[in-house]
Write a protein that binds this ligand. Structure first.
Ligand code: COA
Length: 179
C-alpha cells in the first residue's frame, strides 16, 4: 500500500485533498485551457465535488492505483502531483502533475515534483518513475527534462482528441540517475 503522507518543501506543503478544497480545485480544473494536452475535459464545480469525494475514498483503498497529493501554497490548493499507477514487485510507478494557471511559471511544479520524486525513491523504495506527455505539451516536456527524466520513446498517434491523433512522449527516471 502507498499512503499519501504529508511532505514539505521550502514553499509548499504536499498533502491529501479534503472537501474544503473544492473551490480552489474547481478554480483551475474548470478552465478549458488547463486540459489542452490532457485526455480530460473541464467540468462543473458540482461534478468536481464527486471527483474530490472519489479521491478521498481512494486514500482509504490500499490498492488504489491513483494517489493524489494536493500542492498547498500559503494554505491554498494550487495544484496536484500524483502517482497514477504503481507496482511494488517491479518497483515502478508513473507520476503526473498539474498547476493552477495563475500559479504556473513560478517554479512550483518543479519544487513539488522534486519532493515527490525524492519520496518515491527514498521512502517508497521504487527504482523507476515514468511519465507520459502529449506532443505539444512543451511545459511538461521541459519540466521532465529539468527533473532529469530521459526521453525513451514515442508512442505514435496513441491518443485522439479534437479530431486529431497525438503522439505520446515517454520519459523515465531511474533511482541511480537521481541526485
Ligand atoms: C506542466 C506544468 C505542471 C508546469 O508547471 P509550472 O509550475 O509552471 O512549472 P515550473 O514553474 O516549476 O517550471 C519548471 C520548468 O518547466 C518548464 N516550463 C514550465 N512552464 C513552461 C512553459 N509554459 N513553456 C515552456 N517550458 C515551461 C521550464 O523548463 C521550467 O524551468 P525554468 O523555469 O528553469 O525554465 C503546468 O504547465 C501545467 O499544469 N500544465 C497543465 C497540466 C498538464 O499538462 N499536466 C501534465 C500532464 S503530463
Amino acid at each position: 500500500m502507498i499512503e499519501v503522507i504529508e511532505l514539505k518543501t521550502d514553499r509548499l506543503v504536499l498533502k491529501k485533498l479534503s472537501y474544503s478544497d473544492i473551490d480552489d480545485y474547481a478554480e483551475w480544473k474548470s478552465q478549458d485551457v488547463y486540459h489542452t494536452h490532457l485526455p480530460s475535459k473541464a467540468k462543473t464545480k458540482e461534478e468536481y465535488k464527486k471527483t474530490i469525494e472519489s479521491i478521498i475514498k481512494g486514500y482509504e483503498d490500499k490498492d488504489d492505483p491513483n494517489l493524489i497529493w494536493g500542492v498547498f501554497y500559503n494554505d491554498k490548493l494550487i495544484g496536484t502531483v500524483s502517482i497514477e499507477d504503481w507496482n511494488t514487485t517491479h518497483r515502478w510507478c508513473e507520476i503526473g502533475w498539474g498547476l493552477n494557471p495563475k500559479f504556473q511559471k513560478q517554479g512550483f511544479a518543479y519544487e513539488a515534483t522534486k519532493c515527490l520524486i525524492q519520496h518515491i525513491f527514498e521512502k517508497l523504495q521504487m527504482n523507476r518513475i515514468s511519465i507520459v506527455i502529449w506532443d505539444g505539451n512543451e511545459a511538461s516536456k521541459n519540466l521532465a527534462k529539468k527533473l532529469g527524466f530521459v526521453q525513451e520513446g514515442i508512442e505514435r498517434q496513441a491518443r485522439y482528441k479534437n479530431d486529431k491523433f497525438i503522439d505520446l512522449y515517454c520519459y523515465g527516471l531511474l533511482k541511480e540517475e537521481w541526485k
